[in-house]
Design a protein around this ligand. Sequence first.
Ligand SMILES: [Zn+2]
Ligand SMILES: [Zn+2]
Length: 287
Amino acid sequence: MREVDTDTEVSHSFKIMSAILQDPVALEKEDISSPPQAQTAQLADALALNDSAGPPLGYSGIEEHSTPAHAFLEHSSSILFPVLFVPNVYFSFYRLYDLELLWLAALSIPLALVLGDFVGGLVHWAADTYFSEDTPVVGAALIKPFRQHHLFPRDICTHTFVSIVGNVCILAVPVLALCLYLLWVTQHGLLAFAILCTALMAAATVGTNIFHKWAHQEKPAAGVRWLQRMRLVLEPRHHEVHHTEPFEMHYCITNGWLNPLLNKIGFFRKLEASLRFLGVETTKAQK
Ligand SMILES: [Zn+2]
Ligand SMILES: [Zn+2]
């Protein structure tokens, strides 16, 4: 382990955390010399001086494996996803080209990225805010990974590609199969547009956990850092706000484009208030 000036580095890390607490959104505009992962690493190093025996900060040190049945579903869906995605995009694009509606095809890309960010954020918020790890069906597969991620944010960096994209592929494959069937039986231009948006949105949501993993990596590849800087995928400092008290912001983790708007209008707090009015109480994630 490298030597660190413990007092200076801990104080630097806490200064940044304090800034996040006071004004998390404004922090995005600041020029902080080291990225948050580096700040976390500095803090981890400093704290590890007192506890060098356990796993590094952010890692649980525990390897989790899917059940054989779930692993089969994850693998088969991960293979089926591109098999269904490509013809959906090809035939819907070709239909729009045929109808001289290519401008709709161009519109579908940003629309799908925004929709993917929103749908992913909504699922993330629901998993952080409602249900529990013991809830039947969704508890182990959906709620637990989200909540464990708050306790051990860097565990995602140790997960395999299939375990990262598999769950979303399981949900996306039936949707893409239905879209392909609809393309086969109808000729409508607007339907082709809707299907192109749906297919691209499905790809964005499948990519979400990959982008999320990149945001937690200590040393992402140069190409990934470029995508993050361009804000085409989730940017680490932007995502750090979600992992900072009160842990109730920045749920969108595809590219995070919608987070400033949703924060500004208090979207998720209003949604929680509406559900509370209907008698649905939050269970709030473990922090
Ligand atoms: Zn979360
Ligand atoms: Zn995260």
